[in-house]
Design a protein around this ligand. Structure first.
Ligand SMILES: [Cu+2]
Length: 109
């Protein structure tokens, strides 16, 4: 009986580990959702070295473009992602090239 329990537990852990629904971000990642012409959240505070991942969930295409030109995702369509690592401290403002009214900020402490 104990052996069966152990097998069951291992199987269950494998299911959990492989489930996309329970996929948790690694500690060094931060997710920003792009939806309804906004970045959610539009301001993230992260320690240096963190990778910010933007997930594009709008029908309209968007870009993640640094205001100082240091990074640019190019055109992102629905379902696409863009990852950018921030190794240095600072405030990094970005916008969407197609919709300049969209703006967001990554603050690296
Ligand atoms: Cu846009």
């Amino acid at each position: 009986m104990k052996k069966l329990c152990a097998i069951f537990t291992v199987c269950w852990l494998l299911v959990l580990a492989s489930s996309p629904f329970l996929h948790t971000l690694r500690a060094e990642e931060k997710e920003v959702i792009v939806k309804n012409f906004t970045f959610k959240p539009d301001e993230v505070l992260v320690p240096a070295g963190v990778t910010v991942i933007w997930v594009q969930k709008d029908r309209a295409p968007h870009t993640i473009t640094a205001k100082d030109g240091t990074f640019d995702s190019g055109k992102l369509t629905k379902g696409e992602r863009f990852a950018q690592t921030f190794p240095k401290k600072g405030t990094f403002e970005y916008t969407c090239q197609f919709h300049p009214s969209m703006s967001g900020k990554v603050i690296v402490k």
